[in-house]
Design a protein around this ligand. Structure first.
Ligand code: AMP
Length: 449
């Protein structure tokens, strides 16, 4: 029999962390490491490069922040202090969150960190850097700017982190990122995190990592089980109309509609806005401030329908999303799990509806293989292929009127179409009071999936 790998250590005390960090972890209220922490920290402490496939909510920040802090604490800070660890982040929001985490985990470490990002004056950032920092968290554009002005030198960097690398690439930062990496010494430890390992992300990882340990935080069944999932079989040309009909249902309190492309996201939002449903859109071609505004409106409930690409939606921490709609079936099955994980957070129930056309059936089958369940079908509906009661096997034959005929009857589509499943299909959860941004950052919580 093949020997089993040892189980992941279940205690922070077993990971090799020093007491000041353990104390900070206790003060944060963490009782046990998350899977990515348990797997990454011992190897990172041993100096290995890491390639982590994980998204926000897995506890990945501590997985790289704790080993960095411990490494830098080992020797007294050089005088004057200089940047020894650099963390690159695609957005200002994520950079701030990472900065806050370094503040929390490093509160007894005696190290100095700061965060630089664009869209604000640089005065306070350059002042902090001049005073000396050990750890710098930065977005690529502002970092290059400050390097160009001579405020920042990276020749003393020992540890480099690329966080949400796929998103950074999607936002067009590839050349910026490469210029920055070229300014960092080759003899360094590198951590690379990406929610999906796209071709570009994998190529970049190959270029910059040295014999990395690869850690995948696999989507666990718990997310999948908590979300009620339904699929509509629909012709491609009728998806827009079907979506509009679905979204008229007031039981859909806060909904994220996913499309594969930015162009698709724009088109869906435009078509919705021509009718009675108001929708906003978020993708990486929009400016940082426009995206933040859209998010704030979505969080506060001002916007009920947000259309997003996968990359733009990642890292967004919004509670109370009652429904996720997959306007396109994603090519990668894991992406489906990430998408539906946006609802059913914090123990709430959630609903995921997928619009699947003929060409997408193969991808739907791949998803069903991954999640090991068949996604029940909603039918019949007016936009179904060859629509009519007989067109949709599995639909409850006694349903006289599909929900579209009576959209004002509160309950959402699947409950009408398949009333025999209604028991397992409770009303979507009420939207919680949207907290302020600051409160929300504090509320970020480990999502054990
Ligand atoms: P991250 O994926 O790094 O953005 O972390 C998501 C959230 O999980 C943050 O709010 C962290 O404070 C929290 N978190 C990280 N590690 C743990 C842990 N071991 N136990 C409980 N919460 C954690």
């Amino acid at each position: 029999m093949k020997p089993q790998p040892p189980p992941d250590p279940a205690r922070f005390e077993d990971l090799g962390l020093v007491e000041p960090l353990l104390q900070a972890i206790r003060e944060e209220g963490y009782t046990a490491p998350t899977p990515i922490q348990a797997r990454a920290i011992p190897h990172a402490l041993a100096g290995k490069d890491l390639m982590g496939c994980a998204q926000t909510g897995t506890g990945k920040t501590a997985a790289f922040a704790l080993p960095i802090l411990q490494r830098l604490m080992r020797v007294p800070a050089p005088k004057p202090r200089h940047i020894r660890a650099l963390i690159l982040s695609p957005t200002r929001e994520l950079a701030s969150q990472i900065g806050e985490s370094f503040g929390a985990y490093g509160r007894h470490a005696g190290l100095v960190h700061t965060v630089v990002y664009g869209g604000v004056g640089q005065g306070s950032q350059t002042k902090a850097i001049r005073a000396g920092v050990d750890i710098l968290v930065a977005t690529p554009g502002r970092l290059l700017d400050l390097m160009g002005q001579g405020f920042i030198r990276l020749n003393g960097v020992e540890v480099l982190v690329l966080d949400e690398a796929d998103r950074m690439l999607d936002m067009g930062f590839i050349f910026d990122v490469k210029r920055i990496i070229n300014a960092v010494p080759l003899s360094r430890q590198t951590f690379f995190f990406s929610a999906t390992l796209t071709h570009d992300a994998t190529d970049l990882a190959r270029e910059i990592l040295h014999e990395p340990l690869r850690i995948d935080v696999a989507p666990s069944a718990t997310t999948v089980e908590k979300v009620q999932q339904w699929v509509y079989f629909v012709e491609k040309s009728r998806k827009a109309r079907l979506l509009e009909q679905i979204l008229r249902d007031p039981a859909i309190v806060r909904v994220l509609v996913f499309t594969k492309t930015k162009h698709g996201a724009n088109r869906v939002a435009e078509e919705l806005n021509r009718g009675p449903v108001r929708a906003d859109v978020i993708h990486s071609n929009r400016s940082q401030s426009a995206r933040e505004r859209s998010l704030e409106h979505f969080r506060s409930g001002e916007t009920r329908v947000l259309v997003a690409t996968d990359i733009a939606a990642r890292g967004i921490d919004v509670d109370g999303i009652t429904h996720v709609v997959n306007y396109d079936v994603p090519h990668e099955s894991e992406v489906y799990v990430h998408r539906i994980g946006r609802t059913a957070r914090a123990g709430a129930a959630g609903v995921a509806l997928t619009l699947c056309d003929r060409d997408e059936r193969g991808m739907l089958r791949d998803i069903e293989n991954l999640i090991r369940m068949k996604i029940p079908e909603v039918g019949p509906h007016p936009a179904g292929p060859g629509a009519g009661p007989s067109a949709a096997p599995g639909a409850a034959p006694h349903v006289a009127a599909p929900h579209h005929a009576a959209p004002h009857h509160a309950a959402h589509a699947p409950a009408h179409a398949a009333p025999h499943r209604a028991v397992a299909h409770p009303a979507p959860p009420p939207a919680p009071q949207a907290p302020s941004t600051r409160g929300r950052l504090r509320q970020r919580r480990y999502n054990p999936r």
